[in-house]
Design a protein around this ligand. Structure first.
Ligand code: UT7
Length: 331
């Protein structure tokens, strides 16, 4: 049986840096509050003149391909994780396919929010394991900043969410290492605890002035509920992956949690009994980029020499749905 392996990882973040001090000017918040409660010092918000979800994904993919020493034409399939596609339909996967000049190959969009990249990785891994494809591009890209209520009313979400993209080249591997297992979960009972209601299709009129005024096009998050569930599910899904592979927490060389909130990452690190240097965080500088968060973090960790050949890497995520997921990778 085949396994799959990440041969290259890349990322792109918009040039526009938004510091906490910039937010102090538009809403009632403070640098101190944001740093204490989330760890975030600055984040990137897109430039509408320049950045789209698809073109950020393309830039990340080109970096990943270069690092994987792989020609773009080797790609057999695209799995694109985003909850903020450029169009309501079609998905951004086909737009990126066009930008890469890969007309004809399949492109699938995945809509699992912060767990989206691991869901995408798992999907790509199954296609490779089954023998259907040899090389799959796995992407996470988001523009959240245009759906945030940037007034004081929306501040608990507006200070967290941000924009960016990450991509991985996943290839068939005959050495038995690579992606060891992936674990996917969801609980729709909590769908409305973190969601964006509109443009919903189950309304007689999808778009009206009243709807626009009601704020239903903004991200709504019950931060406390999300936080409490996140810290339980992160630990659970990491332990599930370790158990499946008969490994223990001390075997992990690097844990890359979805960058939801630095307090969540620190909590998970302590719960798992891991030393600080075994958990990678970059939320301080990029914020919470939903499906892009894990591949951006993986790419930056790799650049910093934090991921080495044969390391055991653990990815874990929790987010809207609720959904949660993990992956264990022998690099
Ligand atoms: O990406 C995956 C899904 N998302 C997450 O995992 C996020 C999980 N949740 C969180 O990260 C946190 O719940 C938040 C950062 C969103 C909020 O932090 P918190 O410590 O849970 O704050 P809170 O919502 O309980 O609010 C505490 C206080 C409130 O004031 P009062 O009622 O105590 O007077 C808020 O109004 O802080 C106030 N507050 C703020 N103050 C200044 C909320 N947001 C802000 C803000 N600046 N931006």
């Amino acid at each position: 049986m085949y396994t799959s392996k990440i041969e290259g990882i890349g990322h792109y973040v918009p040039e526009n840096i938004v510091k906490n001090g910039d937010l102090e000017k538009i809403m009632d918040t403070s640098d101190k509050w944001i740093v204490e409660r989330t760890g975030i010092e600055e984040r990137r918000w897109f430039d509408p003149e320049k950045d789209t979800v698809a073109n950020m994904g393309t830039r990340a993919a080109k970096m990943a391909l270069e690092r994987a020493n792989t020609d773009v034409n080797e790609i057999d399939f695209i799995v694109f994780a985003t909850i903020t596609p450029d169009y309501f339909f079609p998905g951004s996967g086909v737009l990126m396919q066009r930008e890469l000049g890969l007309q004809g190959i399949g492109a699938l969009d995945i809509r699992n929010a912060c767990s989206g990249f691991i869901y995408a990785l798992s999907t790509a891994d199954q296609f490779i394991k089954s023998g259907m494809y040899k090389t799959v591009l796995v992407v996470g890209a988001e523009i959240q900043s245009s759906a945030l209520d940037k007034s004081t009313e929306g501040r608990s979400s507006a200070i967290i969410f941000a924009d960016g993209a990450g991509a991985a080249v996943l290839k068939r591997n005959e050495e038995g290492s690579g992606v060891l297992s992936t674990h996917l979960h969801a609980d729709g009972d909590f769908a409305e605890e973190l969601y964006m209601k509109d443009p919903g299709s189950s309304r007689e009129v999808r778009l009206s002035k009243d709807l626009l005024d009601s704020g239903s096009f903004n991200v709504v998050m019950n931060g406390n509920v999300v936080f409490k569930h996140a810290i339980v599910r992160f630990k659970e899904v990491i332990e599930e992956a370790l158990l499946k592979n008969e490994l223990a927490a001390e075997d992990i060389d690097l844990l890359i949690p979805h960058q939801a909130n630095l307090r969540i990452s620190n909590f998970v690190q302590k719960q798992m009994g891991l030393p600080e240097n075994k958990v990678f965080n970059n939320i301080m500088h990029v914020g919470n980029t939903t499906a892009a968060s894990i591949p951006i973090a993986m790419s930056q960790a790799w650049e910093q020499g934090r991921i080495k050949e044969n390391d055991l890497l653990c990815l874990a995520a929790f987010g809207s749905g609720f959904t949660w997921a993990s992956a264990l990778i022998r690099w």
